[in-house]
Design a protein around this ligand. Structure first.
Ligand SMILES: [Zn+2]
Length: 75
């Protein structure tokens, strides 16, 4: 998951980064461009693999069906 920090004072945005690095960049920007202003703005979040959870669920379902099929063959 990546985050992008938007400056609340100007149109500055950090590049997409991990949360801690994005926050650090935002603080650096404020220290550099808006000294004395408490850091604000907003955080934009992007998920790298939005379908990953569903993929796992699908595999679990397939495994369950296979197990059921194997179990019913043994009777
Ligand atoms: Zn700014």
């Amino acid at each position: 998951m990546a985050n992008r920090y938007w400056c609340g004072e100007c149109s500055f945005k950090t590049p997409w980064r991990a949360e801690t690095e994005g926050l650090r960049r935002q603080l650096e920007h404020y220290a550099d461009k808006h000294p004395g202003t408490p850091p604000g703005g907003q955080i934009e979040t992007r998920r790298k693999y939005p379908n990953r959870g569903y993929g796992c669920l699908f595999l679990a379902a397939v495994a369950l069906v296979l197990l059921t099929a194997v179990a019913s063959c043994q009777h």
